[in-house]
Every structure is written in structure tokens, then in C-alpha cells.
Design a binder for this molecule. Sequence first.
Ligand SMILES: C[S@@+](CC[C@H](N)C(=O)[O-])C[C@H]1O[C@@H](n2cnc3c(N)ncnc32)[C@H](O)[C@@H]1O
Length: 206
Amino acid sequence: MELFLIKVKHLIRCLRKNYNKKFPSSPLCLNLGCGNDYKKGWVNIDADLYKNIKKLDLKCDLSRGIPFEDNSVDYIFNEHFLEHLSAKEGLEFLRECRRVLKPGGVLRISMPDLENAVKMYFDSNWREKTPASMYGFEVQTRAERINYSFRLWGHKWLYDREELERRLKEAGFQNIKFCRLRESEHAILRNLETRRESTLIAEAGE
Ligand SMILES: C[S@@+](CC[C@H](N)C(=O)[O-])C[C@H]1O[C@@H](n2cnc3c(N)ncnc32)[C@H](O)[C@@H]1O
């Protein structure tokens, strides 16, 4: 068993080295859980769970780690991805982001905000604000709507500011800032979001 684990760890190390060699671009930027949002100049990675992705640089299950060497990546972006991992996988994923980022590197996370789902539950205009196009069918009740926020589209764990900040800190990030859609003090991280529903956006560094 021990020998088997040593072999697996060695294999993972070799894979990481190969990926670093394969993408020597400077700066090295990862678009994780990219779906069909292929970003030119970025390394676009996804497990392609729904077998609908037209273009990818790497296919891999990111809940098992990020296949790059320690301190080798400049920027990481992910949109509507983290909520597709369980809480445990999500924390491990954030730790992996921290591991691969260079000192001074930045992680940008964009996702739906749990707070909005809760506000919507208490909003007297929730029906008008829930068009059928949002879910592909008409939602009948507030309970149905809030349940879908948590469970539909493969969602496993929703975040609000407090929860995201706590998990980022647990993963070792110290410098955490909440941002507005498509805005950033880092030029390379501006105008990346493709979805208006990305209302919870944070940038984190060491
Ligand atoms: C809602 S889509 C978001 C895609 C894209 N970022 C966007 O905003 O349009 C979530 C993506 O996460 C990917 N995904 C889910 N779990 C994953 C995992 N464990 N490893 C890698 N990709 C995963 C899915 O294949 C899917 O493409």
C-alpha cells in the first residue's frame, strides 16, 4: 500500500512538471471550471462533466487537485465553479489554489451569492424577479425557488461573504477583497465575468 502511494505521488509530481512545461507562458493564468468560457491566453481547465465543452486545454477533476507545481501560477480565475464542489472539496480546492499561486499571485472567484437567494425569499416581488427563463420552467413558490438555488445545476455548497472569507482564510489566504462585477485593481483580472448573476466576487492573495 505504501509503495503504491509513493508511486501515485511520483506520478502526480511528473504530471505537474509536464503541465508547467506545456504552458510556459508568462504570466501563467488558469481559468478553472471554465465550461464553454474559453479565455485566450489562459489555461482553460474543466472536468467537462456535462460533455458539452467545445474547447479545453486540460480535462481534469479539480476536486482531486490542481495539476501544477507549487508557486508556479500568477493568476487563477473561476466563475460559477466553487459552488459545484462540496464544502470539503471546496476548501481543499482553495488550498490547492494557494499552493500553486506564486507569492503575489491572485485568485479571483465569482459566483452567485447565498444572501441574494435569502433576500429573494423575503422579497414581495419575488415572482416578477423570477422569470421562467431563469430556470427553464415556471417556479411556483418561494420554497421551490430557494431550494433550487441550493440544489439545481449541480450546486453543492453556496457561499455568502462571511462564508467565502472564512474558507479563504482557512485555506491560507490573508489578503481578501470583495469586488464588483468585471472590476479589479489588476488589469488582467478586469472584464472576466461572463454572467450578471456573479454577484459574490472576491480576490485573494497571500
Ligand atoms: C456552471 S458551469 C460554469 C462554467 C463557466 N465557468 C461559466 O461561468 O460559464 C460549472 C463547470 O464546472 C465544471 N466542474 C464541476 N465540477 C468539477 C470538477 N470537480 N472538476 C473540474 N470541473 C468541474 C463543470 O464541468 C462545468 O463546466
